[in-house]
Every structure is written in C-alpha cells, then in structure tokens.
Design a protein around this ligand. Structure first.
Ligand code: NAD
Length: 245
C-alpha cells in the first residue's frame, strides 16, 4: 500500500502544517479545503515545487456524498487508496450553554463528529482489504477536560475520543491503528477570536510558557503515523505544553 494521506481541512492552520509535514516525509497528500481554494492551491504549488506529491480536493465534511467523492477524487489523482486519514477539519464557537441554538448544536456535531464518521467509512473498505491503515482524529484538551462556554465543542471532541478508542479495538485485528491528538491552545485562526489579552494569559498559564504552533501538532501526528508507533492504538496524545497536566 502506497503512503497516501488525506488531511481534512488542510488549506490553513493545523491541517496545513500536517499536510506539509507528511508530504516532506514521503506521503502523497490530499489537501482538502472547504472554501479557501486559493490557500489550498498555493500549498499545492509549494509542495509540488519541493518535489512532493499532492492533489487538491474540495468538500464539506458534513456532506457524506461530497466528502466521499472528494476522497475518491484524491485517490484517483494520487494513484491509490488512502493509507493515512487525518480528521482535522473542525469548527468552534463560544456560547453560554443556554444560548446554544439547535441549529448550532446540529452543525458542530455534523462537522466535528459526522465528518469523521463519513471520512472513516469512506477509507475503511480499502484499509480492511489491505489489512493496513492509520486513522488520526483531532480532539482537544477541552474534549478531555471540558471548558466553560464550550460545552457543544467539548462534547464533539469527547465524542471523537470515544470513537477513537472503540474503533481502535474493533480495527486492530485488521491491522488498522486509530489514535487521536488532543491539542492545547494553538495559534491559528480558530483561537484569534479570543483576543490578544486572553491569548497572552493562556500562554502564561501554560507550563512551557508559550502557546502551541501548528507544527507542534504536525509533529504529534507524524509521530502517531510513523510505523515505529505500530504498538500505539486507541491513544489520545495530548500536545498542550503541560496545560492540563
Ligand atoms: P482553523 O479554523 O484554522 O482550521 C479549521 C479547518 O477546518 C479549516 O481549514 C476549515 O476550512 C476546515 N473546516 C471547517 N469546517 C469544515 C467543513 N464543514 N468541511 C470541511 N472543512 C472544514 O483551526 P485549527 O486550529 O487549524 O483547527 C484544526 C483542528 O484542530 C480542529 O478540529 C480544531 O477543533 C482542533 N483544535 C484546535 C485547537 C487550537 O487551539 N487551534 C485546539 C484543539 C483542537
């Protein structure tokens, strides 16, 4: 089985860093985007210039048919089935729980949880056939610990931990590993809404004395994806500079 990685939501932020890292480690990578076609295409050009193999596909992960079609399109472009799936795409919003609307509740579960359900089911038949594969979901320290005003987000991220552990047990006999990264506070568009003062105090609260970078999470993903991690499955790798220790 060729090394082919599909990284959801990889036009920016953590997903982009993961795509770069895996491409430089020899994976053919599918750069997947929702709206930012320009960003996805500039990453594609950068990786192709570096001699990496890559392709760009678009889909809303909440749309089962669209994301399944995007995976098939990526496999056709990259010349084989996905051997590494990184479920990175996600959304977050802060609300008091009593202000969470049914529409927002459904949307955040549709993207963060159903998205992973759709992509995993799309790549599984080939992985089961090959008796080999690696799936990495993206949870959060809020999924492990919970966070005020982030109940909906935290619930989706906790769901991914349950999904990861259960699938790890179900799929290990088929040679497929399923793990999860749980990032702490990482400097991306997602956390910029918190504002400079909050980000400064979060950095001060972090034992290593800084916020995380997308590359910190790419390192954790690359570690879990590596064959040297072949005895690791069902794990939640917290990468948070010691924030929730
Ligand atoms: P980001 O907002 O920069 O990136 C999110 C990506 O997901 C974007 O590329 C976006 O287009 C994509 N996306 C969102 N909805 C989508 C949809 N419906 N279909 C397809 N793609 C969609 O944020 P980020 O910080 O890079 O987040 C990446 C992942 O890491 C998310 O799952 C997030 O929950 C998780 N995470 C982030 C932090 C953090 O502090 N930044 C902490 C813990 C976990």
């Amino acid at each position: 089985m060729d090394k082919i990685a599909f990284i959801t939501g990889s036009s920016r932020g953590i997903g982009r860093a993961v795509a770069c890292r895996l491409a430089r480690e020899g994976y053919a990578v599918a750069i997947h985007y929702l709206r930012a076609e320009d960003c996805a295409r500039s990453l594609l050009e950068q990786l192709l210039r570096e001699g990496c193999r890559a392709a760009v596909v678009q889909a809303d992960v909440a749309d089962r048919e669209a994301v399944t079609a995007a995976i098939r399109q990526a496999e056709a472009a990259l010349g084989g089935p996905v051997s590494l799936l990184v479920n990175n795409a996600g959304i977050a919003e802060q609300h008091l729980f009593q202000d969470v609307t049914p529409a927002f509740w459904r949307r955040i579960f549709a993207v963060n949880v159903d998205g992973a359900y759709h992509t995993i089911q799309a790549v599984l038949p080939a992985m089961l056939h090959e008796k080999r594969g690696c799936i990495i979901n993206t949870s959060s320290i809020w999924g492990q610990r919970g966070a005020s005003c982030e109940a909906a987000y935290s619930a989706t991220k906790a769901a991914l931990i349950g999904l990861t552990r259960s699938l790890a047990m179900e799929l290990a006999p088929s040679g497929i590993r399923v793990n999860c990264v749980a990032p702490g506070v990482i400097r991306t568009d997602m956390v910029e809404v918190l504002g400079a003062d909050t980000l400064r105090s979060l950095a001060e609260e972090t034992p290593v004395g800084r916020l995380g970078t997308p590359e910190d999470i790419a390192n954790a993903v690359a570690f879990l994806a590596d064959d040297r991690a072949s005895f690791l499955t069902g794990q939640v790798l917290t990468a948070d500079g010691g924030f929730i220790v």
